[in-house]
Design a protein around this ligand. Sequence first.
Ligand code: KMH
Ligand code: ZN
Length: 277
Amino acid sequence: MTTTTLITVAPTGAESAKADVPALPVTLDELVATAQECESVGASVIHVHIRDEKAQPTLDQGRLRDTVAALRDGTDLIVQLSSGGSVHDPEEARLAVLDAAPDMASCTMGTVNFGEDVFLNRWEFIVELHTRMQERGIVPEYEIFDLGHLWALQRLLDKYGLPAGGHVHVDLVMGVPGGMPGTTAALVACTTALADLPAGTTFSATGIGRTTLPVLLASLSAGGHLRVGMEDTITYAKGQPVESNAQLVARAAGFARLAQRPPMTSATARQMLGVRP
Ligand code: KMH
Ligand code: ZN
């Protein structure tokens, strides 16, 4: 079990509307300010979705490049761009996210029902993402929405080799309507499957909506890391909207300290994940 906890913040996502969630960071200035606040309370990785001038999700290449540059200027966080985008984004635009040269990018390991929508991740698309990231030295975070995605990851690594940096890190995204539930039992099932992945594989977990806290506690007790943020939950407690992403990171950092695995620094996170300094 590691002695510290990697905390990733996913501050924006592609699903919530600014009109409904005023605290959601959608401009570049809001995103950088959020990133700095979250870094100061324990985050070491930021998982980024961006918005356009109307606060709609976008994969605009210029904006993505500006975002990577601004986050690198303003923070020491590891910058992980989402290659998942929104459920409406075409594959080519999702692959082109890598052209913005982030430290990391997400790579979802299979198709999943996503509420009323479908988050499509064909096998050939996954292979293309994985191999392009290998070629460019971008470290993937393999997003796992269902147990079978871990078997798909095993197949991917067997056929196409280890990712850039040589270390395998997965993020269990639990509680999406259509994916695996956000329960301790489901997390334990995933850890059993993780045992078949390369030695040293690490995982973080996030629970959507009201599964946030059960998943956080289960992950900490199972030796896992944490992802929190307004991409995944906009309610802090029953009837209490999240005030800021830093509020969620601070709560996660508090639990990590209680578990005697305090937040990991960005430098240690880079070492663990195999991200270039
Ligand atoms: N917005 C979801 C459809 C990722 O960032 O890679 C996909 C998602 C996963 O958020
Ligand atoms: Zn995302």
